[in-house]
Design a protein around this ligand. Structure first.
Ligand SMILES: CC(C)(COP(=O)(O)OP(=O)(O)OC[C@H]1O[C@@H](n2cnc3c(N)ncnc32)[C@H](O)[C@@H]1OP(=O)(O)O)[C@@H](O)C(=O)NCCC(=O)NCCS
Length: 200
């Protein structure tokens, strides 16, 4: 009986380890820093619960003091083994993040933001490419996202990286009923991808 208990307890630990072990770890991050236009370096990490307030702060800086993804939503994503955030800091200031959900065949970008003072320096591009690289390491073949039809800057960013327009989701956003544009990028295009690895 004792042996059986030991066996079943051991199995339970094994199952818990497999189910809750995060799918990503620091070794999967291709570059842990990014150089801004002025030459200064920003650091990039996988976010943990300790970065929750920083993720909220970045959103508030980008969306007129509001955070579309509130604390409960961000906290829930931070706990999932199939989701991760990459966050960038410059001299202690949180400046950009990307939220990602790992689906069976795809990497889905749930949110991305760079605070205004640091925009147009390639940070969002860098974070998308780092997340795409992690997706490829985990055998995902496509990266997907939804963007508001009115968000011309973001659409331009995604198209520049290599995302293609997909279908339109009618009345997708609850707050104003705006349509969303589905976008996707094939992660198997090695040549195009290698070009982006040059970003420092
Ligand atoms: C969209 C956003 C994440 C872009 O971040 P970023 O770090 O400035 O992006 P990058 O510097 O990597 O941009 C690369 C390219 O994307 C395009 N782009 C990015 N922002 C743009 C804007 N506001 N207007 C027009 N083009 C833009 C440009 O072609 C840019 O290249 P360039 O600087 O050589 O012109 C940022 O503006 C932001 O946080 N916006 C508010 C939140 C948001 O809308 N998130 C997207 C939700 S789907």
């Amino acid at each position: 009986m004792r042996k059986f208990k030991e066996w079943i307890t051991g199995k339970k630990e094994e199952v818990e380890y497999v189910l809750f072990q995060p799918m990503v770890d620091e070794s999967m991050l291709l570059q842990k820093s990014y150089r801004l236009k002025n030459g200064e370096v920003t650091e990039v990490f996988f976010a943990t619960n300790a970065d929750l307030e920083a993720i909220i702060q970045i959103q508030e800086a980008c969306y007129d003091g509001k955070a579309p993804w509130g604390r409960i939503a961000v906290h829930s994503e931070l706990r999932k083994r199939t989701s991760f955030f990459l966050i960038s800091y410059h001299v202690g200031l949180p400046i950009a993040f990307i939220g990602v959900s790992l689906r069976p065949e795809s990497v889905h970008v749930t949110n991305i933001a760079t605070i205004p003072a640091y925009q147009k320096q390639g940070l969002a591009t860098f974070l998308i490419l780092m997340a795409a690289d992690i997706g490829r390491k985990l055998q995902r073949v496509v990266m997907t996202l939804e963007v508001r039809m009115s968000n011309e800057g973001a659409k331009r960013l995604y198209r520049k990286i290599g995302f293609q327009d997909g279908k339109i989701k009618k009345n997708y956003y609850h707050n104003n009923g705006e349509d969303a544009l589905d976008m996707r990028m094939n992660l198997n295009k090695m040549d195009e991808y290698n070009e982006y690895q040059q970003i420092k």
